[in-house]
Design a protein. Structure first.
Length: 251
């Protein structure tokens, strides 16, 4: 971390806290906030934990900021031995509002009042679907790189390399899709398989989603390192985008 404060805990450790924070994902970028370098500092003192988060700009969407801050609070609160948690967002235009609302347990709507959407559930669901779509495209594009003539409609989860299959299974489970080896990889958002004439269109759409997710992730990483020099040391390198292949889906 950029500024990890001394760990004075007898039971709770900084490693446990950081592992918990690693389960918190930026909903738009589909990456853990720890990999993105969004965790600025962690302090552990007995059962008390204080976490400071930072974002690439001071005007990052407040709803995304709230999701990450509140998810971080929930994740750290679940660590065995933790008795008190303070999670604060630094250097954001709504830092004071978000930090006060979280500390008071007001929730998103209670914090933002009339400016809040009715619920963040649909927003979270939208980006969970996009994360699945992007993971699906990555897996199929990897297969097409190895065999451009592969019939993507015939590919099942069990046909994928273990790492690609595991990444896709996690995201399929999150959107309620089957995760067994026999489940088809190429599906629409509703889980149905595209027909022979639609497969190329579905895969092209998935590619556009993946490019958007990856592009935003690279952009935000760059903005963070510009805003906070040295923060690149806190980022886990993201694999380079793969070259785009012509899509020749077998009928």
């Amino acid at each position: 971390m950029t500024a990890v404060l001394p760990d004075l805990a007898a039971g709770v450790t900084e490693q446990q806290v950081c592992s918990a924070l690693g389960t918190v994902v930026d909903p738009e970028l589909d990456e853990p906030i720890t990999d993105l370098g969004f965790v600025r500092a962690v302090a552990v003192d007995g059962g008390a934990v204080e976490v400071h988060l930072r974002l690439p700009t001071s005007f990052c969407a407040p709803n995304f900021a709230w999701l990450m801050v509140s998810d971080a609070h929930d994740a750290v609160s679940a660590v065995p031995g933790v008795e008190r948690v303070v999670v604060e967002l630094d250097d954001h235009s709504d830092s004071d509002l978000i930090n006060a609302g979280l500390a008071a347990g007001l929730g998103y709507r209670g914090t933002f009042g009339h400016e809040a959407e009715d619920s963040l559930d649909e927003l979270r669901a939208t980006f969970t679907r996009k994360a699945h779509t992007a993971a699906m495209e990555r897996a199929l594009t990897a297969l097409l790189r190895a065999d451009p003539s592969a019939d993507v409609r015939a590919v099942r989860l069990g046909d994928l390399p273990a790492d690609a299959a595991e990444a896709l299974r996690r995201r399929r489970a999150a959107v309620g899709l089957p995760v067994d080896d026999g489940a088809p990889v190429l599906v629409r958002d509703d889980g149905t398989r595209p027909g022979p004439g639609d497969a190329e269109t579905v895969l092209r759409r998935a590619r556009s989603v993946r490019i958007s997710v990856d592009g935003n992730a690279h952009f935000c990483r760059g903005l963070l390192t510009t805003r906070y020099p040295g923060s690149e040391a806190d980022q886990v390198p993201r694999p380079d985008d793969r070259p785009v292949l012509p899509l020749e889906v077998k009928p």
